[in-house]
Write a protein that binds this ligand. Sequence first.
Ligand SMILES: Nc1nc2c(c(=O)[nH]1)N[C@H]1C(S)=C(S)[C@@H](COP(=O)(O)OP(=O)(O)OC[C@H]3O[C@@H](n4cnc5c(=O)[nH]c(N)nc54)[C@H](O)[C@@H]3O)O[C@H]1N2
Ligand SMILES: Nc1nc2c(c(=O)[nH]1)N[C@H]1C(S)=C(S)[C@@H](COP(=O)(O)OP(=O)(O)OC[C@H]3O[C@@H](n4cnc5c(=O)[nH]c(N)nc54)[C@H](O)[C@@H]3O)O[C@H]1N2
Ligand SMILES: [Mo]
Length: 593
Amino acid sequence: GKFARLALHTANLDYNGRFCMVSAGTGNKKALGVDRAPNPWSDISLADVVWVAGSNVAETFPITTSYIWRARDRGAKLIVQDPRVVPLARTADLFLPVRPGTDSALFGAVLHVLIERDWLDHDFIDNHTVNFDDAAAAVADMTPAWAAGITGVPAERIEEAAELWGTSATGMMLHARGIEQHTKGVDNVLAAINLGLATGKFGKPGCGVSTITGQGNGQGGREHGHKCDQLPGNRDITNPEHRAAVAKVWNCDEADIPGKGLPAEELIEAIHDGTIKGLLSICFNPLVSAPDSNFTREALDKLEFYAVIDFFLSESAHHADVVLPGSLHEEDEGTSTSGEGRIIKINAAVSPPGEARRDWEILLDIAERLGKSEYFPYTNTEEIFDELCRASTGGTADYTGATWQRIEDEMGLFWPIPEVGHPGTPRLHEGGQFHFPDGRARFHAVPYKLSAEVVDDDYPVLLTTGRVVSQYLSGTQTRRIAALVAQYPEPLCEMHPRLADSIGVADGDLVTVTSRRGTITLPAHVVNTIRPDTVFIPYHWPGGQSANQLTNRAVDPLSKMPEFKVAAVRVERAGGNAPTIDARDMDLHEGQL
Ligand SMILES: Nc1nc2c(c(=O)[nH]1)N[C@H]1C(S)=C(S)[C@@H](COP(=O)(O)OP(=O)(O)OC[C@H]3O[C@@H](n4cnc5c(=O)[nH]c(N)nc54)[C@H](O)[C@@H]3O)O[C@H]1N2
Ligand SMILES: Nc1nc2c(c(=O)[nH]1)N[C@H]1C(S)=C(S)[C@@H](COP(=O)(O)OP(=O)(O)OC[C@H]3O[C@@H](n4cnc5c(=O)[nH]c(N)nc54)[C@H](O)[C@@H]3O)O[C@H]1N2
Ligand SMILES: [Mo]
């Protein structure tokens, strides 16, 4: 962040979490005043009910899953909300087979039932929150019967979810990209938090509504100024006091820090329309990971100058003028902040090979060539960390008391750590204290909205995208590892037998999937663990195998998160005379999923 602002002097810096957990971050700040998981993961094991909404935890967060098993060992109930019977759902007490893009209707109906049955924590609502009445008014008409029509989840299961959540003394809800990567991702998160606030499930052991952050340092990245609107300590780049505090530590004039820049998808659009002509990217493979990849490719081709820092020649790097070989995390030393808000230390195991350099050394060298070395006087990464801690002092993500020695000795430290010697803060909101001047959390009224794209005669099937266990993100690393490629060598189009029958394909047959933006051909994977009106395609592959040829660039108005989890598509048998089908008629039959 400091390099972009002071060495390149650009406002236009953003981070790949813009495609990952920004909807959760925005929702958390609006409702709780702070963007961090409210609990350490050890709280998951203490919950009497665990509700997993839009996360395939067993495949994407195997370590987090073990905390859920510990809760199960104590007898905790498990609710899973997903259009697919993901591995964790096989053992759930209650499965909510939600139609992609309709989670806020489901959460709204659960709040409706909680109110109707008075499964509320009135003391908590009265003393620690505001705006309950607005939230309640917004769900007055959201009956389970109404929500069943929208979500495809039977009304009785919605009632059962409300009962499990509303009558359990403790409960944790965990959500990830399934509810967040939507044009109403922030709404979904706010609707989920409403359920925690209504039942007083914050600030106590075994209680919380929490996002499961994605990438290793996804949390740290969004705290310390990689975002277009942020400065270290989770500070706001448009706030004069915040700017002045950071300028003091950076030893620059406040006016030298540029203002708010464009978020990632708008950056790609500004490149496409010619407003931005140069790009430096580090740890980013937008040709595979950004929505609407044909549009992204056109944008990259229009750049007058493109430099990439990566350890592999990624698909995006093929479009670069200059590629600077950077480092793997095994080759570098520093801290990373986990999804729990725990700062951990990563130690180098090996040195970068050949002409590769450590990422931070590359940035420092570029700063020097630009004549800005006065701002980057570091001789090692510990000095960078110490400065970052000072810059965070007084911010929400306050690292003041963190040192490398303590992080090593104490197996990580949870922020805020506002003074030297402070023990850190594993659980937030204890005593019902939230990060607002009045200390109260905010309920939000969440009306139900449609996704940016809805199914119609031409594109009658819902597409959702995500991950498989053996591949990682844009695949630059895992597509090179034979044992992982052997497990899942190419993307498959997961579909229900009823959809497969209606288009005349069997498991393994090639299907062509077409959206308004692109078309790809891939084998069908016929499974009875997905809603019949939905297909799922993992996104780890480039080019003609890329799910992002199909996805939509529409973003959430507040978080600027693209809608990776819903697009309207046509699915046909490849090459053949495709029978016409209407998956809108393919709702669940009683007893399915
Ligand atoms: N093996 C592996 N692990 C990973 C990664 C990886 O690439 N590979 N990536 C890491 C990163 S950066 C991230 S962000 C996380 C992501 O972790 P997750 O969010 O768990 O993974 P996804 O597969 O993106 O999506 C989760 C689930 O959302 C469901 N879903 C789709 N649409 C909807 C919807 O509208 N509503 C609901 N309720 N559910 C829906 C999908 O069926 C899917 O099962 O995983 C991390 N861990
Ligand atoms: N359709 C669809 N698209 C999605 C998603 C989805 O669910 N569906 N999920 C989104 C999510 S949650 C995420 S997080 C993004 C991820 O999107 P990206 O961040 O673009 O993908 P990555 O594969 O993590 O990494 C990008 C590049 O960084 C390089 N790299 C990794 N580590 C380092 C390092 O330490 N130093 C350097 N210099 N380079 C490094 C890798 O080789 C790779 O080329 O994708 C998003 N895109
Ligand atoms: Mo992510």
